[in-house]
Structures are given as C-alpha cells and as structure tokens.
Design a protein around this ligand. Structure first.
Ligand code: MSP
Length: 500
C-alpha cells in the first residue's frame, strides 16, 4: 500500500461555486476514489481560499463583514461537494486556525533562511487575479483575463528571492523530479524559465487588511497567493504540535489545477518550498478550460450552468459522469447544454442502464439465478480492458477511461444482440446459460469500473448481483473473469437511469 496525496485548488470564496469548480473537483474525486480502490492510503484535499481584496470587496458589496461573507460562500462549496458525493478527507479553509498557525511558521522560516527582504513595490495589481501584473501583460490597458483596469499601487512589501531558486527548480522540472503535466504545460513552464522574465515577488501587502498578519511586522498582511498555496501543508498540520501527517503525506503526489494557475503551482510554490527546505510536490497536473456553447462561462452572457441543476435534472452520479465525459481532461473544450440529455440517454439510460436491466430481467425470467460457468473463456478480452483502464486512470485520463467503459458496455450489448438469449431460451438451454453467465459477469466488471465515476450506481449494481463484498476486496482478485458465484439469486432490478 502506498500513500497518495491529491489536492484541488482551493477556490475563492467570492461567489457561489459554478461548473468550473465542480469540474476540477469531480475529476480529482474520480482519481482519489480510483487510488483508494487500488488499496492506497489516500488523502484528498479541497477547500476555499478566503483572504485578500477579491473576497473582501465582494463582502463589502454585500454589506457584510468579510468573515460572515466567506463563511456563507464556503458553506455553499461544502454543500455542493456533498451533493456531488465528493470524498475529500479535509475541506480546508484559509481562515481556520490550523492554516493561520502553519502560515506563520512558514513565513518565519523564510525570514530565518534569509530569503525575504523589504522593498518598495511600485506597479500594477489586478484584484480579479489577485496578482501583480506588468504593462506588457495588458491588452488595451486592461487585464486580459478580467477585462479590468488594474490598480496602480506603491507600497512597502516583503519580497521573496525567487530568482535564487530558479536554476535548481528548472532542473527539477526538466528531470521530472517535479512532473508538470500534460507535456505541453511542462514545455510552457520551461520556456518561461528560459526567457528569464520571472522576478522576485511580493509575499506581503501593506494596504490589505483582510489577511494573515506577518508575524514580525503587524503593518503587513501576507499576500493571498503565498498563503493560499501553503494550505497544502498546513492542512497536514505543518506548524502545529502534531506534524505526523506532514511526515506521512507530504510531498503531494499531485496538485490538480486549471491551466490558469500553473505559474503559481509549478514555479512559485515549489520555489517557496525549496526556500523553506521542504520537498517539492511530485506532480502538478493542469487541465484545460471549458467554454459553454462556445462562450466563456459568465453571468453577463447568462450561460452559467449551475451544478445543482444538473444534479436535480439527472442525479448525482449522472451529473458526475456527464461533466467528466465532455472532452479529454488535459485539453480545452466546449460544453453544449443540449448534449447532456443526448449523452445521458445514450450512455446511461440506453447504455449501462438498459444492459443491466435486460441482463437481470432475462436471468430472472429464464433461470432465476446466476447460471454455472460452462467454459473458461473470458468474454470481451477483459484483461486487456482492465489494463487500459488502469493506464488511463493512473495518468488522470478520466475521459478516456469513461469512454473505454462505454465501449465495453456497447460490446456486451452487441453480444446480446448477436446471441439472442430470448431465442436460446426456446431451444438451447446450455448456450443460454453460457451467454447469460457472460452477460452477468460483464455487468459485474462494469459495476467495478464505474465505481470511481458513479459510486452510488456501482454499489446498487453490486447489490443486485449479490457481490457487494467485492467492494471491500483487493481489486486485483475482482478483476479476474469468473468472479460471480453460480446460484446467486437474481431478480429484476429497478431502472438505474430513467430515460429522459
Ligand atoms: N484561489 C485560487 C486558487 C488557489 S490554490 C492554492 C483560484 N481560485 S478560483 O476560484 O478562481 O478557481 C480556479 C480554478 O477553478 C481553476 O484552476 C480550475 O480548476 C477551475 N475552473 C474555473 N473555471 C473553469 C473553467 N471554465 N473550466 C475548467 N476549470 C475551471 O484560482
């Protein structure tokens, strides 16, 4: 058994969660559940990023205090993740005492290591990005991501000596000691390091009240990104009286993020860790962004999809599946709302749902229980399917893994069409038993494979097949063909997915 520490970004508590947040979190949950299914000791983190001007300004707009505001938004995130059946081990909040004490120790450590110094920052700051921005990055005088004119600021800050760590960091990325993936992201990050454009950056702010005070300078608060990144170790108790989890789980096996925040995770964060003499994460995986019907998701355009609506319209498991099965995880893509229904009917109602229903109904009608296995032949090259399945999920290819499962479902449905058990029932009892055995066993494999994607459906299927104990077993044993016991009584199940 090995440990596996996986994180999502912690999301800004400046507004209700949307499909973008759900997207990263569901994909990470699939990976976390997959790793648990392999018997690994998983620690899965998600949470909210609660300090800084971005959150404080929103609180002001809502005529409430920052703390009250982030409490409410953070609760909304937690509720959504509960409804999406996210299996996080911790929900991290940057306003928690656990976080604050760890951050203080980290900043103190940077001071002791003499990697921070006081200087004046004079330049631009985009509150939307919560980042310092240069003239060169502006388009028509505005931040290209937020279409807003950045604020001019001049203030005393503590700066981090980033440049000192860049040559070593570059080596770590090049050699994959710190893997940045997908490959194109690694190239982008290395190009950025080659161009020599990265400068030392402020790790504190002077005029921002809503933040954690610098322990040795009460006038300063810690720059929100610097402290937010630290949540990945403060969550493990870094800086507390019990650092056992830091020993056990750090370094993170993977930080899952969107491509918008690669620089922070693949450059700033590892450099800060190196400065504090802590291990860098093993991997940063940046997925693509989606648009909705071709446009960036935005309240003004009115194309925001509320994940709660997806759950209401389709069920939790279906919503999880529909979000994952849009386009490959590492790439950009477009989500078309009308496709949800199409895909739901094709893959879930007519695919898995129909296959399961017809298999069990026929077994009940013609035999009443799981028939004896009549030969050793495995249907559908199952070993090969499992091999590909593992390859995909070990590499975070959630979309490809989902497609693979659907192919196997289609193959089993074709097998039924070809062998026509309803005809065999009239004249060939032996072959009927053989075909139905294969179909039932195929359904058992499907139930196992969908487990990280649709945990509830997986469990329902296993219960109908009388094999729930397999959910506790070592996965490898359950992957062999022939795992279902003959004689298990089978009755017609309730539909898994109603057609829409
Ligand atoms: N608070 C920072 C992260 C700090 S991590 C130490 C932040 N928060 S955020 O609320 O803006 O969330 C950004 C993340 O949301 C992206 O990296 C991505 O994971 C997810 N997404 C937001 N919009 C998205 C899309 N349109 N498409 C895919 N994912 C998107 O940045």
């Amino acid at each position: 058994m090995s440990k596996f520490y996986i994180t999502t970004p912690i999301y800004y508590a400046n507004g209700s969660p949307h499909l973008g947040h759900a997207y990263t979190t569901i994909a990470s949950d699939v990976i976390a559940r997959y790793q648990r299914m392999q018997g690994n000791d998983v620690f899965f983190l998600t949470g909210t990023d609660e300090h800084g001007s971005k959150n404080a300004d929103k609180a002001f707009e809502h005529k409430t205090t920052p703390q009250e505001f982030v409490d409410q938004i953070s609760a909304e995130f937690q509720l959504l993740f509960d409804h999406l059946n996210i299996s996080n081990d911790i929900f991290m909040r940057t306003t928690s005492d656990l976080h604050k004490q760890g951050v203080k120790k980290f900043i103190q450590t940077l001071k002791e290591k003499k990697v921070i110094y006081k200087d004046t920052y004079e330049g631009l700051y985009c509150i939307g990005c919560e980042k310092f921005i240069t003239e060169k990055e502006l388009v028509d005088g505005m931040c290209p991501d937020h279409k807003a004119v950045p604020k001019k600021i001049k203030e005393e800050n503590y700066f981090f000596n980033l440049k000192k760590f860049l040559p070593e960091l570059k080596e770590k990325i090049k050699s994959d000691e710190l893997r940045v993936r997908p490959e194109k992201m690694k190239k982008e990050v290395l190009a950025l390091l080659d161009q020599d454009v990265l400068d030392n950056f402020s790790i504190s702010r002077e005029g921002v009240d809503w933040g954690i005070r610098v322990p040795f300078d009460e006038k300063q608060t810690i720059y929100v990104w610097t402290e937010a990144l630290q949540n990945y170790i403060t969550a493990l108790g870094y800086g507390s009286s019990d650092e056992a989890y830091v020993q056990k789980y750090w370094p993170a096996d993977v930080h899952m993020i969107g491509k918008d925040i690669v620089k922070f995770h693949a450059i700033f964060w590892p450099a800060l860790l190196m400065a504090a003499e802590l291990d860098v994460p093993k991997q940063v995986f940046a997925h693509g962004h989606f648009t909705i019907n071709g446009d960036k998701m935005s309240k003004t355009i009115g194309n925001v999809i509320d994940p709660h609506d997806l759950i209401k319209n389709f069920s939790t498991d279906a919503a999880r599946y529909l979000i994952i099965s849009q386009f490959p995880f590492g790439e950009d893509g477009d989500i078309k709302e009308e496709k949800f229904i199409e895909k739901y009917n094709a893959d879930l109602a007519n695919g898995i749902g129909n296959l399961f229903m017809r298999t069990l109904s026929m077994t009940e009608r013609y035999i009443g229980s799981v028939p004896e296995r009549s030969d050793d032949e495995a249907f559908g090259n199952i070993e090969e399917v499992w091999k590909k399945y593992h390859h995909h999920l070990e590499n975070f290819e959630t979309f490809e893994a989902a497609q693979l499962i659907m192919k196997f479902v289609a193959k089993t449905n074709e097998y039924a069409e070809k062998n026509k058990p309803w005809e065999l029932a009239k004249n060939d009892e032996k072959k009927l038993q053989h075909v139905l055995y294969n179909m039932i066993e195929a359904n058992r494999h499907i139930a196992l494979m969908i487990r990280p994607f649709m945990p509830h459906t997986s469990k329902m299927m296993m219960a109908e097949l009388g094999t729930t104990e397999m959910l506790e077993q070592r996965q490898l044993d359950s992957e062999k063909w022939g795992g279902i016991d003959a004689g298990t009584s089978i009755t017609k199940p309730a539909p898994l997915f109603m057609r829409k």
